[in-house]
Design a protein around this ligand. Structure first.
Ligand SMILES: C[C@](O)(CO)[C@H](O)COP(=O)(O)OP(=O)(O)OC[C@H]1O[C@@H](n2ccc(N)nc2=O)[C@H](O)[C@@H]1O
Ligand SMILES: Nc1ncnc2c1ncn2[C@@H]1O[C@H](COP(=O)(O)OP(=O)(O)OP(=O)(O)O)[C@@H](O)[C@H]1O
Length: 271
């Protein structure tokens, strides 16, 4: 079975408190973006994992797809599989690509081996793989609380908008980025702001708490955000712990072709 794991952006990201398990409680809105990897999983006589496309840093054995397979194999007598991952989504970019691959791997295994796992069971497995992973069990915008794994629906659509996503050649470590932030309770509830205020006003209201410390270390990321505003973005922000930056534009806004071609991904959102 072949699937196309998407990436995500974070619309707002509040880092609320540090927990005793070393993680942070956050509130964020995860939004799926149709810039995808390609993941194939088929039953086989022996286990194999291969990749193509962008190089994934680290050891192949540590790939989150393998982690997903082993997690289900512990609880179900599933056969060996052949996994191939074609990597397109940049890694370590705040786009959750690895988490998406792992979640889609769980979804494929559930499907091809008729494991009959429901959405909540799949999310419980996914949250053992990574904080972002449970979000990718469903294909729709969701609010994330707790470590990011406590999910709820949000009545929000950006279907009529145009997105520009830029990934500078900077790698930000997620753990380091969390360590650089002083957690604080947000003044206003993120869901209320996203639903009740017009997109044009998000600029002054909706924050990604990683930006202050990450921009200080990498001013180029802030310059990209500003460039998106200069182009006419209704809202622009860094995604996750960076370094990707996105700008949301209205569909009929004219964006110079030169800029569109500089974007690493641009297009319309599906949800
Ligand atoms: C920055 C975000 O992408 C926002 O969506 C996520 O919070 C990161 O999620 P992720 O990459 O799935 O993160 P994990 O693999 O679970 O954790 C990596 C490291 O990030 C830190 N971490 C992660 C999530 C969280 N809520 N608090 C944390 O402090 C921890 O130091 C952890 O060891
Ligand atoms: N399938 C995979 N795709 C990408 N990276 C993977 C994968 N499996 C394991 N990894 C490891 O995870 C690291 C970070 O992956 P990923 O691209 O998901 O991070 P990210 O974009 O920073 O995500 P987040 O938004 O969760 O912070 C990589 O540097 C790589 O070593």
């Amino acid at each position: 079975m072949i699937t196309f794991p998407p990436c995500k952006i974070n619309l707002g990201l509040n880092i609320i408190s540090k927990r005793s398990d070393g993680y942070h409680d956050i509130s964020t809105c995860f939004y799926p973006v149709p810039w995808t990897d390609i993941l194939e999983v088929i039953p086989s006589n022996e286990f194999s994992f291969s990749t193509s496309g962008n190089i994934i840093p680290g050891d192949n054995d540590d790939n989150l797809c393998i982690k997903a397979y082993r997690l289900l194999k512990k609880d179900f007598s599933i056969p060996e599989v052949k996994i191939h991952l074609h990597k397109t989504i940049p890694t370590g970019a705040g786009l959750g690509g690895g988490s998406s691959d792992a979640a889609y791997c769980l979804r494929i295994l559930n499907n091809i081996f008729n494991l009959n796992l429901g959405q909540q069971q799949l999310q419980a497995y996914a949250s053992q793989i990574g904080s972002d992973c449970a979000f990718f069990i469903q294909d729709k915008p969701q609010l994330g609380m707790g470590r990011g794994e406590i999910l709820s629906d949000i009545e929000l659509t950006l279907k009529d908008k145009f997105l520009i996503l830029i990934k500078p050649e900077i790698h930000v470590s997620t753990a380091e980025a969390y360590a650089g932030v002083s957690p604080a309770k947000p003044e206003q509830d993120l869901e209320t702001l996203l639903i009740q205020t017009p997109l044009q006003s998000w600029k002054d209201l909706i924050k990604n708490d990683f930006e202050v410390s990450v921009f200080k270390k990498y001013p180029e990321i802030e310059r990209i955000k500003q460039a998106l505003y200069n182009l006419g973005a209704l809202y622009a922000s860094m995604s996750g712990s960076g370094a990707s930056v996105f700008g949301i534009f209205s569909k009929d806004q004219s964006i110079p072709e030169k800029f569109k071609s500089m974007a690493h991904w641009s297009g319309q959102l599906l949800y």
